[in-house]
Write a protein that binds this ligand. Sequence first.
Ligand SMILES: NC(=O)c1ccc[n+]([C@@H]2O[C@H](COP(=O)([O-])OP(=O)(O)OC[C@H]3O[C@@H](n4cnc5c(N)ncnc54)[C@H](O)[C@@H]3O)[C@@H](O)[C@H]2O)c1
Length: 367
Amino acid sequence: MFASSFQGKNVWLSGHTGFKGAWLARWLVQLGARVHGFALPPNTIPSAFTQVGIAGLMEHEIADVRDAGAVKKSILRAEPDFVFHLAAQALVRYSYEHPLETYATNVMGTAHVLEALRSLEKPCAAVIVTTDKCYENREMDYAYAEDDHLGGHDPYSSSKGAAEIVISAYRRSFFGESPVSIASARAGNVIGGGDWALDRIVPDSIRSLQRDEVIPVRNPHATRPWQHVLEPLSGYLWLAATQAQPDLVGAERKDVLTAFNFGPEKEANRSVGELVREILKHWPGRWDDKSNPHDLHEARLLMLSTTKARRVLHWQPTWKFETAVANTVNWYRGTHEKPAAAESLMLQQIAEYENAARAQNIAWAIK
Ligand SMILES: NC(=O)c1ccc[n+]([C@@H]2O[C@H](COP(=O)([O-])OP(=O)(O)OC[C@H]3O[C@@H](n4cnc5c(N)ncnc54)[C@H](O)[C@@H]3O)[C@@H](O)[C@H]2O)c1
């Protein structure tokens, strides 16, 4: 699995108290890594972080990426072999209310991590996580590739586009001869158990189902490339493991130290309405169309090209849309019925995902 790259290694992971960070932390611990987390306290109640008991599995530091000194001290102390930077203000609607906080966290926070990495005098593979929303979305039937224009209509999307520009500039200006390698990863809309964020369709649906209420759906016709959280995480892990390969030289190395999209197959580009109907197959309930033409602007159509990840990393998605939704709802339903099962359900889904990838001969799972 991942060429045993994480066994006994030091990993600095920001955002481990968040949804994706909690899954990544648990997977890394399972892969034998010593994980050092850096994040603000969980911003939802409940959270995957508390439900799964992540704090007991790793070194756990509550700190702010807007504090350059704290980031540098933490990274240098952790002496990481790998860095995964996930900490971010990750919500589009919140970013309209708090644009400065969003830019400070997502742009300067990323610059602080890169600046700290400049002082690290040892080999380290870093993956900085942005989003599919970093592209200038032309709302056309088109799959965005890594060299497409960056942009973003709203503060969140543009903050991630700006972070990508900062990453690229830092890489070219400071990391040419450095033992530290930097890549960035852009993924689409992620679903999975343990996301409790506001204004995201899956947690909104689950909250309604738990209370036996009708699910209010704001944008039933918006299309998104839905994928289970383990899909981009396998991409981030394999991108980092590939960067760390000692025999990676020349053009091959240059190819890996860039930006990568990790998205689902085209069949998973589904509307919010289709997603909700799929959720209800596993947890019966009702939903209602609550679209408001005066609502804040949210991008409608967004698809990612994964040609580069397939060509360079031999990465591909593992689970189909239906399997991703089934696992997502089963985690929420299972922990609703038996809260103590949160960690075992997470580990079971990680094992099932690894097995499914192995059965498909996907590179990271068979190396
Ligand atoms: N969830 C998705 O659908 C999705 C899609 C594409 C990209 N992403 C990206 O993946 C990453 C993780 O997303 P998520 O869904 O887990 O988000 P989340 O909101 O669940 O978690 C965010 C994490 O960042 C931390 N954080 C926020 N501000 C911070 C600060 N100032 N200092 C230190 N830590 C801070 C939080 O404490 C938390 O640990 C983000 O970079 C996000 O932009 C998420």
